[in-house]
Ligand binder design. Structure first.
Ligand SMILES: [Zn+2]
Length: 711
């Protein structure tokens, strides 16, 4: 369930922007290094795509240097403005500043996640603290803060629209959160913490990737392949070929490689090996170990929140969310935890029976769960994941995701092979509206490769906004880690992979349909516990028979998914939900507990993990979906925020129910409301108000419990 990642530098609150206008750079030094740098020149490409074919790694640092310098000049000009502060001369001016820096950073941070290399990683390590320092130079600028603060104080009398008022609030918040209102000594400390955190966070991610790149389980012979379907063998053969073992089979630590292996491999010893390697990412000892690092990160975060007057990091992080307080998060998680654990206990008993029935003389362990769950699924519901996969060809699932968007929102998708992309596997689609109007560009980067961070995410090269009399349309990207098919064979997805595709595409639509005026309230600024609503809600359409029947077609025969199999999938929908809920909620509770520590200095991560899991009675054979040493969500933007998926799920379950109750899952009236209040509204309104406008009331957790079969 890896979701939107923090893609931007965080240097300023502004977003990516078109580059039609000639850049300002008047300074001599900037001019010289700008010459011939495609990151700094206007992007004269179709749709002003980043000129990927011209951008070389050596272009990034000079572009950042120019960007920093230019942005500081802009900031100084706004701060030094003689006229009294107004929304136009301060906030709108800030919205205009820092564009070239954002453009360059947008390209760099997208590629450092999706297609990195040692050189990019080196730049990433160098530049992370520089961006943090730059952000502090902007948001600790005392004169600038005075102007924003003055506006905030008279906000009610400025005649602002709701959107403008929220833009102002966001800027004010960024200044406060950077320590602008603190004394000089604390400000200095805040700046030092920001730089240190940027460095540590970069290292954390690179360590996880290094551990993933370091591991490959090579399957040497027929015995090693026991239990694997032809499709899985094809994927394993492809993985081996890509990693220099042509002619063999191999399992990597990408979720889409290791998880099916754990589900189907009859070799308990190999399952154990793969499982342990997967769990040990970031905790292998040596140079790539993240355990001390995360303790240091937590201590710095706690110190920062104390300086800002909060008791804990979680209190600070949750202030501007729908949940508001750690206690509210804990309440929701515990409401779900008890029934989930009870269900998981029942599930475990069934698995143990399956072990015994096979003549096994062992207790179900972590590396057994998926394997025996698959067996029980097969006996109890007669659904075999391997039987479903041939019906879930990647191309068809992409088409299905597009088709749902056509039926709900009238969008059209046209593949463009004439655009420069950053990797041969990347596909580009132009998106148009009902009237043929250009809506944006959608990039799909679907396959796993060693240069890609694990997980799945949506990000953007440019956000939508309408400002200064022109409308800028977005360029969004979905990045997944699906296995390629063998040469000549299509890529086949599991149900879970296909759902992930819909999930990320839901985020993509949130970016594409955005209709806001100011960059500061674009889709990526939406509250974290609301931003998973458009994505998780979209998953519901994939699982609906009306969609599955049409697009799930056998890749060889073209025949639709048999009615009987569909029925079985439906019946099996709540199967193993105890497991899924427990592994997710465990991670969410650990995240919350980590960030509600008042004094995390010198934390022993292993002991802490054990203690929390013991306290809540987490079943050892399930454990956490993401263990602390590779929990990338809590390094990126989801610190104290992993609960967000469940918070949003309360809403997505309740929201889809509205469509079901209407008797038409493409109900026009509801789709219009969904468009107007959720998918196109960005951060222009309070999330609770947005939901009420769509549904007529706030949601309750009931629909979520029903959806997971825990009610
Ligand atoms: Zn997501």
């Amino acid at each position: 369930m890896t979701r939107i990642m923090a893609k931007k530098s965080g240097a300023t609150a502004k977003k990516l922007e078109q580059t039609k206008k000639a850049p300002a750079g008047q300074k001599g030094a900037a001019k010289t290094s700008a010459a011939g740098n495609p990151l700094l020149a206007p992007w004269n490409t179709p749709f002003e795509m980043p000129p990927f074919d011209k951008i070389k790694t050596r272009h990034y640092m000079p572009a950042f240097e120019v960007g920093f310098e230019e942005n500081i000049a802009e900031i100084d000009a706004i701060a030094g403005e003689k006229a009294k502060p107004t929304f136009a001369n301060t906030i709108e001016a800030l919205e205009r500043a820092g564009r070239r820096l954002e453009d360059a950073a947008g390209v760099f941070y997208n590629l450092s996640s999706a297609d990195t290399n040692a050189e990019m990683q080196k730049i990433e390590r160098e530049v992370a603290p520089r961006f943090a320092k730059h952000g502090m130079r902007v948001y600790q600028n005392a004169k600038l803060f005075q102007r924003v603060d003055a506006l905030m104080k008279q906000r009610k009398s400025l005649g602002l629209t709701l959107e403008q008022s929220r833009v102002l609030e966001r800027y004010h918040r960024s200044f406060i959160r950077s320590g602008a209102a603190l004394d000089a000594k604390s400000r200095k400390r805040m700046a030092a913490i920001a730089q240190k955190l940027a460095t540590l966070g970069t290292k954390f991610g690179q360590n996880v990737l290094a551990d993933e790149q370091d591991y490959l389980l090579v399957l040497e012979n027929e015995q090693d392949l026991a239990g694997l379907s032809p499709a899985l063998r094809a994927a394993a053969s492809q993985t081996a070929a890509e990693r220099g073992h042509k002619g063999k089979f191999a399992i990597s630590l990408a979720r889409s490689s290791v998880e099916p292996f754990l589900q189907f491999s009859a070799r308990r010893d190999l399952r154990e090996q793969a499982f342990k390697a997967w769990r040990q990412r970031g905790a292998k000892g040596g140079k790539t170990d993240n355990r001390k690092l995360i303790a240091e990160i937590l201590a710095l975060r706690a110190e920062r929140s104390h300086l800002l007057g909060f008791k804990t990091s979680a209190d600070a992080a949750l202030e501007f969310t729908m949940a508001k307080r750690p206690a509210n998060v804990r309440k929701l998680l515990m409401q779900v935890w008890e029934p989930a654990r009870e269900r998981a206990r029942e599930e475990r008993e069934e698995l143990q029976k399956a072990v015994v029935a096979e003549g096994g003389n062992f207790e179900v362990a972590g590396w057994d769960w998926r394997y025996y769950a698959e067996k029980v699924r097969k006996t109890k519901y007669d659904v075999d994941e391997a039987e479903v996969k041939p019906y879930l060809q990647l191309d068809n699932v992409i088409t299905a995701a597009f088709d749902v968007a056509t039926r709900l929102f009238g969008l059209k998708f046209t593949e463009r092979t004439d655009l420069p992309v950053y990797h041969l596997d990347v596909r580009a689609f132009e998106v148009t509206g009902k009237d043929g109007r250009h809506v944006g560009l959608f990039l799909g980067d679907y396959f796993a490769r060693p240069s890609k961070r694990s997980g799945a995410w949506m990000s953007g090269y440019r956000d939508q906004y309408k400002f200064d009399g022109e409308e800028v349309r977005p360029i969004v990207v979905n990045v997944n880690n699906f296995p390629k098919g063998a040469p000549g064979e299509p890529s086949l997805l599991s149900l879970d992979d296909a759902r992930t595709l819909f999930h990320e595409f839901g985020h993509g639509l949130h970016g594409l349909l955005s209709d806001v005026n100011y960059p500061a309230v674009c889709m990526t600024s939406v509250e974290k516990d609301f931003v998973e609503l458009p994505s998780q809600l979209y998953e519901h359409w994939f699982m609906h028979p009306a969609v599955l029947k049409k697009f799930a077609r056998h890749y060889k025969t073209g025949k639709p998914l048999p009615e009987a199999l569909l029925e079985k999938i439906k019946a099996a929908r709540n199967f193993n939900q105890g497991f899924a809920t427990v592994e997710y909620v465990t991670s969410a509770i650990v995240d919350l507990d980590l960030h509600t520590l008042e004094e995390p200095d010198g934390l022993d991560v292993d002991k802490f993990e054990k203690k929390v899991l013991g306290r809540i009675g987490s079943p050892a054979e399930i454990g956490m979906r993401h263990r602390i040493p590779h929990f990338q969500h809590i390094i990126g933007g989801y610190a104290s925020g992993y609960y967000s998926y469940m918070w949003s799920e309360v809403m997505d379950a309740d929201a889809f129910k509205a469509f079901e109750e209407s008797g038409d899952i493409f109900n026009r009236e509801l789709a219009k409301k969904l468009h107007d209040y959720i998918y196109s509204a960005g951060g222009t309104q309070d999330p609770a108000d947005a939901y009420k406008a769509f549904r007529g009331r706030l949601p309750t957790p009931q629909a979520l419990l029903e959806k997971r079969g825990l009610a």
